[in-house]
Design a protein around this ligand. Structure first.
Ligand SMILES: [Zn+2]
Ligand SMILES: [Zn+2]
Length: 255
């Protein structure tokens, strides 16, 4: 079964989706789900965190073949040990690592970009990402390598592998060497240019020895669960990569 391995329910500060709504939609689409709630420690007044025991207690009865229980942790050097302890509190199925903040600035808002050129901002972003993947030796998946493109304030916010080859290669090598699976996040797949710029990144991942990807919609609403999965799956197989998900922190092939 194909899994949407990146979704947010009401345990995430920025989502109101109910588990029942998510499961109903996934069933209609013939997909399995991994819930991956936000845990960003030591930033944004601890808005983006949750009680893992309450989460486990509430969702454990729903957990099964079609539903896995995960977490999306925000990777920061200063929260490394806190996050490590957090993920040990309950037996999560899958731990995603994400880079959402740099220098206490949320990459989703303009402040991070205002005194930087695109080159400066993106180089910094990829270096931080590579270092944090190596540091966070307890993550299974690296989320949305193109997260910065969602909100960067430049005329052309796309990744452009050619301009950031060294830096992107560092991220890909960090993922491969630490056996961290690269996610293909479909959130920006409604933009043709976004897909075009992601292709060389995933092709390079394959060239460097990457084999697996998870697919994630990053849905915060039922309507975006599994969004663009047909196209993403085709892309993954064209590049010679294999779609996987995680159960009890173990990699599982999706057919
Ligand atoms: Zn994220
Ligand atoms: Zn997310």
């Amino acid at each position: 079964m194909l899994f949407d391995s990146h979704t947010h329910t009401e345990f995430s500060a920025d989502s109101e989706m109910l588990a029942s709504e998510a499961l109903e939609m996934a069933e209609r689409l013939g997909l399995g789900l991994v819930f991956t709630e936000h845990e960003d420690l030591e930033v944004a007044q601890d808005e983006f965190t949750f009680d893992p025991e309450a989460y486990w207690k509430k969702y454990y009865p729903l957990r099964g073949e079609n539903l896995r229980l995960g977490v999306e942790i925000g990777m920061l050097e200063k929260s490394l040990e806190g996050s490590r302890q957090f993920v040990e509190r309950v037996p999560f199925d899958q731990v995603i690592g994400s880079l959402h903040f740099i220098d206490d600035l949320d990459l989703y808002y303009p402040d991070f970009y205002k005194d930087k050129t695109k080159e400066e901002a993106y180089r910094r972003y990829f270096w931080e990402m590579a270092e944090n993947v190596r540091r966070h030796d307890f993550i299974d998946v690296l989320a949305h390598i193109d997260y910065i493109c969602r909100a960067a304030t430049y005329d052309d916010p796309e990744l452009d592998y050619g301009s950031f080859k060294l830096e992107i290669d560092e991220v890909l090598k960090a993922a491969i060497e630490t056996e961290t699976v690269l996610e293909l996040n479909t959130r920006r797949f409604d933009e043709k240019l976004a897909i075009k710029e992601l292709v060389p990144v995933y092709r390079r991942y394959r060239e460097l020895g990457g084999k697996y990807v998870t697919m994630g919609s990053d849905a915060h609403k039922p309507g975006t669960i599994g969004a663009h999965f047909y196209q993403a799956r085709q892309l993954v197989s064209d590049l010679g990569l294999q779609v996987v998900t995680f159960c009890k922190r173990q990699l599982e092939l999706c057919d």
